[in-house]
Design a protein around this ligand. Structure first.
Ligand SMILES: Cc1cc2nc3c(=O)[nH]c(=O)nc-3n(C[C@H](O)[C@H](O)[C@H](O)COP(=O)(O)OP(=O)(O)OC[C@H]3O[C@@H](n4cnc5c(N)ncnc54)[C@H](O)[C@@H]3O)c2cc1C
Length: 412
């Protein structure tokens, strides 16, 4: 049986390990951090959202992006410092927009998101994985009539079984999610769109708990604190070289899947593979719902405030609010001026929720310029990539992991 290594234990790596272990392969997962899912798969928005599968390659987003460049608390922040990778990515984004791939890519992404959702539900049942899963759908709400009208118009092409696009009046929005009943929220909301088949859950807990199952039930070897520095091919074996402080120096494998998130681009550069993955930074706050008033005042349905692109999910006694996109390279510094709009949003829509105790976080979305995930083989035979899920890594990885596993299987 072929020996397979997976570089990276975020959601892309953990789901790949599961897909391959289920097919009977001996798998080793290697991560530079002390525990799985400590990078971008740590504190994201929590949404398993076919309804958020739209790619961003639209002229409207480019115009909004240009306007937002001059606004400090805008959903998108652009750092103008020259950087080849950033400008290459932006040019790629522009080219995709001009090619008009938005609709086709969105429909393909919805397909993947629906498939992934079913796989997550199955894994949760079969492996008894607890991850604060809530099958309560995702509700978008709007305080802008213009944005609401534009999204309602998408119903004709975007809606399909498993990806409902139920258009709601303001009263229906509030009766679906009573936490939005506060006067301030009610006065602002002009309508909503609800996708009842969507879900939410804690990505970090999912990865941590599935990792335990991988080790105990499927015999997967998990090497943490182990950074892969180089990949080479010798006599049809793939050799991984790791730093001195790690658990091993060189190891031989038949296949390697690179799931290193935003670091995957570095591997592609070394292997001479064309790739255009850029780190698009986002922020979240995780609020401890300590008192009953906060618990009652926080929503249970996962939300998207469409005009400001903020997403929110209830994770048991925590409330996660996430958003913003920043083009600033590999940099996870937490900027308070990017956290503040998230806290302000909570105060505005959920005034009963105390924000006295919260944890701020920043993560880097590994994003391709057309927003489509990558599952292809490298120029180095036997090495595959599984990355580039951008704002939808949680939503899509279980399905794209299956694609990678099938590609490896088909190579014999
Ligand atoms: C603010 C925010 C909100 C988001 N909200 C959502 C959401 O609601 N729904 C959704 O679907 N998606 C969401 N996303 C996107 C999603 O979180 C990411 O797409 C996903 O977590 C990426 O997973 P990954 O496994 O590719 O990368 P990571 O989780 O970053 O994993 C990569 C792993 O590789 C390891 N690694 C890197 N280099 C090496 C090396 N040389 N050797 C060994 N190990 C290495 C790292 O340590 C890391 O553990 C959000 C992202 C952000 C930032």
């Amino acid at each position: 049986m072929k020996k397979i290594a997976i570089i990276g234990a975020g959601i892309a790596g953990i789901t790949t390990a599961y897909s391959l272990a289920k097919r009977g392969y001996p798998v080793t997962v290697i991560d530079s951090r002390r525990y799985p899912a400590m990078a971008t798969s740590y504190a994201n928005g929590g949404q398993l959202s076919a309804s958020n599968a739209e790619t961003w390659n639209t002229r409207k987003n480019i115009i909004s992006g240009i306007k937002w460049m001059f606004k400090a608390d805008a959903p998108l922040l652009f750092n103008p410092t020259p950087n080849v990778q950033k400008y290459k990515w932006m040019l790629g984004f522009l080219a995709e927009t001009l090619r008009g791939t938005h609709k086709d890519n969105t429909l393909h992404t919805i397909e993947l998101a629906k498939r992934a959702r079913d796989i997550y539900f199955k894994i949760a049942d079969e492996e008894n994985i607890e991850f604060s899963l809530l099958k309560k759908g995702i509700l978008r709400f709007y305080d802008s009539k213009k944005e609401f009208g534009e999204d309602v118009a998408k119903k004709s092409w975007i809606e399909q079984p498993g990806m409902e696009w139920d258009v709601l009046t303001p009263d229906e929005v509030v009766s679906l999610e009573p936490a939005l009943r506060t006067a301030n929220a009610k006065n602002k909301i002009v309508g909503g769109v609800y996708t009842k088949s969507d879900a939410s859950g804690d990505i970090h807990r999912f990865c941590m708990n599935l990792e335990k199952v991988l080790e105990s039930k499927y015999g997967v070897e998990i090497l943490t604190n182990t950074s892969v520095n180089d990949i080479s091919l010798e006599k049809e074996k793939i050799i991984l070289k790791c730093g001195e402080a790690n658990n091993f120096e060189n190891k031989e494998f038949d296949n390697v899947v690179i799931c290193a998130g935003v670091n995957t681009q570095e591997f592609a550069n070394k292997l001479g593979d064309a790739m255009n993955v850029y780190p698009v930074k986002g922020y979240s706050v995780t609020i401890d719902l300590k008192d009953d008033e906060s618990k009652l005042g926080a929503p249970m349905v996962s939300l998207i405030d469409q005009p400001v692109k903020i997403v929110a999910s209830r994770l048991d006694d925590k409330f996660r609010v996430a958003g913003t996109a920043e083009l600033a390279g590999i940099n996870t510094d937490i900027r308070q001026d990017r956290i503040r709009p998230l806290l302000k949003w909570v105060k505005e829509f959920f005034p009963e929720v105390s924000t006295e105790t919260y944890t701020p976080w920043a993560g880097l979305r590994p994003m391709t310029s057309n927003m489509m995930p990558l599952t292809h083989e490298s120029k180095m035979p036997g090495v595959f990539y599984h990355t580039g899920h951008g704002h939808l890594g949680w939503t899509l990885s279980a399905a794209t992991a299956e694609i990678v596993a099938e590609k490896i299987l088909s190579k014999g």
